[in-house]
Design a protein around this ligand. Structure first.
Ligand code: HSE
Length: 300
């Protein structure tokens, strides 16, 4: 039996559009049993709308990988224990793709390295800012190069907690990307480039006083506020309540605040209250950063 544990992720971290992300201690688990009739069972709090047949994204990803390495498709029973809320900006589709690849690779004798799996995952998913932290853990930078995505781990176990405020509304990434213009001004590009630099300094030097400025963005958050009422006001209230920094998580609608543990109640309550003023009900989870990324174990 193979068990694979995949973390949720939060992409962008403000200015790092499509390149910065972090892994969270909130996981989906895939269990794969060999020599069983094909079967998919889905458990956990997020089972609605997850197909339990051959159209399932995890299964399709596994089959894609076995085709790629010319490994005969085995007959397996799969159980997905889903704790990452789907379509909320917490990397649920990355988790499905990365988890499927790691499970399929483990079954095939780990022929691909993590770096090779990253390239396959990125080709399938298209958002390295989610797939890199899902695979590697920690806070990561994904650099597009001629040889593929170069993954850099900026820090694995930073000394802060992440608050995720998860609205009970869904938002598809394609909708949230569709409202962004294809081109940006040089002024806005310079703003974000310089802020990503500051953010990387904050993580590497562990100087979290730089996160407040470093997590500011002008490329996507203001534009996405039309899809998420109260977004900018809630980020601002998190900062006023003492968060080191705050941003939209991926393409939303979840919001992320990075905080000292001592302020978790003040910051989360201020954020939930502000969202409430815009008529949005939201769930709050306070999480550590996942330092490991996706792990797999063979259980005999
Ligand atoms: N960087 C992507 C976006 C993340 O913001 O559209 C998708 O989760």
């Amino acid at each position: 039996m193979i068990r694979v544990k995949i973390p949720a992720t939060s992409a962008n971290l403000g200015p790092g559009f499509d390149c910065l992300g972090l892994a969270l201690q909130l996981h989906n688990t895939i269990t794969l049993e060999t020599d069983q009739p094909f079967q998919i069972s889905v458990t956990g709090p997020y089972t609605d709308g997850i197909p339990a047949d051959e159209s399932n994204l995890v299964w399709k990803t596994m089959c894609h990988f076995w085709d790629l390495i010319k490994y005969p498709t085995p007959s397996v029973a799969l159980t997905f224990d889903n704790h990452i809320p789907p379509a909320r900006g917490l990397g649920s589709s990355s988790a499905a793709i990365v988890g499927g690849l790691v499970a399929a690779n483990t079954l095939a004798g780990s022929r691909y390295s993590k770096f090779q799996l990253l390239q396959v995952a990125n080709a399938l998913e298209g958002h390295p800012d989610n797939v890199t932290p899902a695979l590697y853990g920690g806070v990561t930078l994904s650099v597009p190069t001629e040889k593929g995505i170069l993954p850099r781990i900026l820090t694995q176990s930073p000394n802060f907690k992440a608050i995720v405020i998860i609205p009970d509304t869904l938002l598809n990434t394609s909708t949230a990307r569709g409202i962004l213009p294809p081109q940006v001004s040089r002024k806005d590009a310079v703003f974000n480039i310089s802020h990503v630099g500051l953010l990387i300094e904050a993580f590497i030097r562990e100087d979290y006083s730089l996160l407040k400025e470093g997590m500011r963005d002008v490329l996507h958050q203001d534009l996405r506020a039309v899809l998420i009422p109260g977004l900018l006001e809630t980020l601002e209230t998190a900062l006023q309540a003492g968060a080191y920094g705050a941003a939209l998580s991926g393409s939303g609608p979840t919001l992320l605040a990075l905080i000292p543990e001592s302020l978790k109640l003040e910051v989360s309550q201020s954020m939930v209250n502000m969202m409430g003023q815009y008529g949005i009900k939201a769930q709050t989870i306070v999480l550590d950063i996942d330092p490991h990324g996706t792990t797999s174990s063979i259980i005999s």
